[in-house]
Write a protein that binds this ligand. Sequence first.
Ligand code: AMP
Length: 210
Amino acid sequence: MGPPGAGKGTQAERLKADLGLAHIATGDLLREELAAGTALGREAKRHMDAGDLVPDAVVIGMVRERLKGGAGNVLFDGFPRTVPQAEALDGLLVEIGAPVDAVLLLDVPRDELARRLGGRWLCRACGRSYHEVSAPYAGEPCRAAAGAACDLYQRDDDRPEAVANRLDVYDTQTAPLVGYYEAGGRMRRIDGQGTADEVYERIQAAIRAA
Ligand code: AMP
């Protein structure tokens, strides 16, 4: 999913407000582990910095933990990323009696993805994302630290070498998921080009129709 339009809040906040969905992004969960300095975070870091996938068992264990005690209706973001993760998720959802209603595939050409990732800046405190070209930071106040400006940084894995590897990893390890979900009739293809707001509207419509 693309970055939210400046001033519109984070994706998680918009999804919660518009659709009542909890947003579970495995990349965010991993970065939280990293920031907290846990063993899991340290194990994940070397894979993440190179733009490689974190081992399936680590990611699946983390999602299982997050779903413990119930999470309501959920939108997973960046998960599953391999066929074994999808199989594990199906098993987990059978256990808790909650089906996958739809799988959203955001179609974006590779060179556009490289441009989006390479120009992305995030606020360390409030998580809002900006883009050098399409949503530049214009001095908006930080939503987490009253009176302060956003504290912007670029993710290590948004560096060009890591981005190139992440896109290759997608082709070899994540693209096979298309066949997995198409076979079950759960796949919805969404045009991921256009402004963040346009793409967000398409995502919302696809979820409402699911
Ligand atoms: P993201 O924030 O979704 O771009 O994820 C950042 C990085 O976290 C990825 O490049 C992977 O190293 C790792 N990661 C996030 N989600 C997964 C996943 N489902 N499986 C394996 N690695 C993941």
